[in-house]
Design a protein around this ligand. Structure first.
Ligand code: ADP
Ligand code: MG
Length: 582
């Protein structure tokens, strides 16, 4: 006869056995609540499972993932979009390292976030006793973060959380790590004593003002320019100083060129947008004001195509950014909001020396290039099977009609072609693989954007890119988020026509699955799904998906030969050895 076993599930909402006592996990949850954390992204297990429940108990939304890296991407995206740190919570060892990849990426991109990982008793780790999930996480994290703290006692937790928050957002924002040891998490304290640990940090973000001499120098240079331009980076979008940027550009009639995540800070299709004139700006502008952008690989280090006579004004909160690759004629170090206010005050009543034909010639160039681009899209729309441009010809008008949708974008050709095709109208509505140009931020960033903003999200993903985070599509479904994932499937990394060398019958290193039905993956989790092969079908599916405000997945069938090796950055390959026809 079968016996029935009753499993007793611990009622976590039950009051502690001794109501006057609390644990380190409770203190952690309270500390997060006290500093204003609204969402935590993570994945539980030993030793943080109960902490997850305590966090929910505080009324904080705990978004639980299938992989820590994606939870970290979500936290980082919240940090970027809200200018407050996103919080990632992981278990020890591999969970911590999985999350650390996202935290490192956040640091590189200047996104504020806090990774909190449970860890084994450090006294055992230090003695190399071979304890459960033994890893010196604290020291492993240090090279990848702005600051790291280790809590060995519950008493340290509130201060660690407050200091991590301040570190993440102060100066140049970035990732911060808190090593939350098992002894600290499990420590039991008298509730009244614990209560005394919490404090309200004063002046959490103190804006740093630029010095007057630097502002005067910048104003002098800008007003003397014959062919000025403003280069906007994602630091400018992050800084949320949109009105000052608009005022500077519109009052002084200065053309602007946005980096990819700065798109929308000023409208891509605005009269002063020089988006289509990147080379002309590099070759002809005499003064370029760089606002919240780094002159790194994405800007050819300020060399190459750049006119050697170009003078740079650079506005950045990080003094070490100045002169990194080119000498900066007028550095303005400070928080962008204060720097722009000071520059605007300095410009008051001054006349610009700009040549009026500069703007009109950029406008003429824009008109011509945009005309050619439209023809290219219209031609691609007739192709069967589709390529990236055919698909984007269908997506473009739909996103234009829904400007408040947050766009997440990753891939190689999918990234490049989407960035070039989709115009942004509003600030902080585009998140992509950013400074490292990584793959594997898609589902996490889509979730972070949806949770942090409450807006609808569309993620445009290459099939390869989607593979890195695809399982967390299930998180989108579990949390019923208004996210539509559009997968442009050309069956491979770059494309699906790689040919292996003669000695193997294995797939080529770049080959994936041209016939995969990604829509069925969505079916598994109850999403609305679509499989489309024409621009018309895609157009109908995307319109319906966005208006549903439900989790949706659209599998877009492209030709296997659509796309080229490494998209626009093929030149970075050391040797063009892989036999791919481009
Ligand atoms: P992009 O990739 O768009 O070119 P980067 O990430 O390279 O942008 O550069 C962003 C820059 O913005 C960084 O150098 C960072 O220090 C700076 N930054 C971030 N926040 C602020 C702020 N509030 N004030 C001034 N500069 C900021
Ligand atoms: Mg592909």
């Amino acid at each position: 006869m079968a016996t029935t076993t009753t499993t007793t599930i611990k009622d976590v909402n039950e009051k502690p056995h001794f109501p006057e006592q609390v644990t380190g996990m409770y203190i952690l949850a309270r500390a997060l609540k006290n500093i204003g954390i609204k969402n935590v992204y993570g994945l539980v297990g030993i030793p943080i499972t109960e902490a997850g429940y305590e966090i929910q108990g505080q009324g904080i939304k705990f978004v639980t993932f299938r992989h820590e890296q994606q939870a970290g991407m979500a936290a980082a995206t919240e940090g970027y979009l809200t200018r407050t740190p996103g919080v990632l919570m992981t278990v020890s060892s591999l969970g911590m390292l999985n999350g650390l990849t996202a935290t490192a990426n956040a640091t590189v991109n200047c996104y504020p976030m806090i990774q909190i990982s449970g860890s084994t008793d450090p006294t055992m780790v230090d003695m190399n006793m071979g304890t459960y999930e033994q890893l010196d996480q604290f020291n492993a994290a240090k090279p990848y973060v702005k600051a790291a703290f280790r809590c060995s006692k519950a008493e340290d937790i509130p201060a660690a959380v407050n200091r991590a928050y301040r570190a993440a957002i102060t100066g140049r924002p970035g990732g911060v790590y808190i090593d939350m040891t098992t002894p600290a998490l499990g420590q039991v304290m008298n509730a009244a004593d614990a209560e005394k640990l919490f404090y309200e940090p004063v002046d959490l973000y103190s804006e740093v003002a630029p010095n007057k001499a630097s502002v005067d120098r910048a104003v002098e240079l800008l007003t003397s320019a014959k062919r000025p331009a403003i280069l906007l980076g994602k630091g400018a979008a992050y800084a949320q100083t949109d009105d000052n940027i608009k005022k500077l550009i519109e009052t002084y009639n200065i053309p602007y060129l946005p980096m990819s995540m700065a798109k929308g800070l000023m409208p891509d299709d605005g009269p002063l947008s020089a988006l289509s004139c990147r080379s002309t700006i590099m070759e002809q502008a005499d003064v370029v004001m760089v606002v919240g952008a780094r002159i790194n690989w994405m800007l050819s280090f300020g060399k190459g195509k750049w006119n050697p006579a170009t003078k740079f004004i650079q506005l950045d909160v990080e003094p070490q950014e100045i002169d990194r690759n080119v000498p900066i004629a007028a550095p303005v170090v400070g928080d962008l909001n204060l720097s722009l206010e000071a520059i605007l005050a300095g410009l008051e009543g001054k006349k610009m020396a700009a040549d009026p034909s500069w703007v009109t010639s950029l406008q003429a160039e824009t008109k011509e290039k945009n005309g050619k681009f439209e023809t290219r899209l219209a031609d691609a729309a007739k192709l069967m099977p589709m390529n990236h441009w055919s698909a984007l010809s269908a997506i473009k008008p739909i996103l234009a009609a829904n400007p408040d949708v947050v766009l997440i974008n990753e891939g190689a050709n999918t990234l490049d072609d989407t960035r070039d095709t989709i115009s942004m109208e509003l600030p902080r509505h585009r998140v992509d693989c950013a400074t490292w140009s990584i793959m594997g931020m898609g589902m996490g960033s889509a979730i972070g954007a949806a949770v942090a903003t409450g807006k609808s999200v569309v993620a445009i993903e290459g099939d390869s890119a989607f593979g890195f985070s695809g399982m967390d599509f299930s998180t989108i479904c579990r949390f019923k988020l208004p996210v539509t994932v559009v997968i442009l499937n050309n069956g491979g990394i770059y494309n699906g026509i790689g040919k292996p060398l003669d000695n193997t019958t294995d797939p080529a290193p770049t080959t994936l699955d041209i016939h995969a039905r990604y829509d069925k993956l969505g079916d598994a989790f109850g999403a609305r799904t679509y499989y489309v092969t024409t621009p018309d079908e895609l157009s109908k599916a995307l319109t319906e998906a966005i208006s549903s405000k439900e989790p949706c997945l659209i599998d877009v069938q492209l030709a296997a030969d659509a796309g080229k090796e490494s998209g626009h950055i093929g030149y970075l390959n050391p040797t063009p050895l892989i036999p791919i026809e481009v």
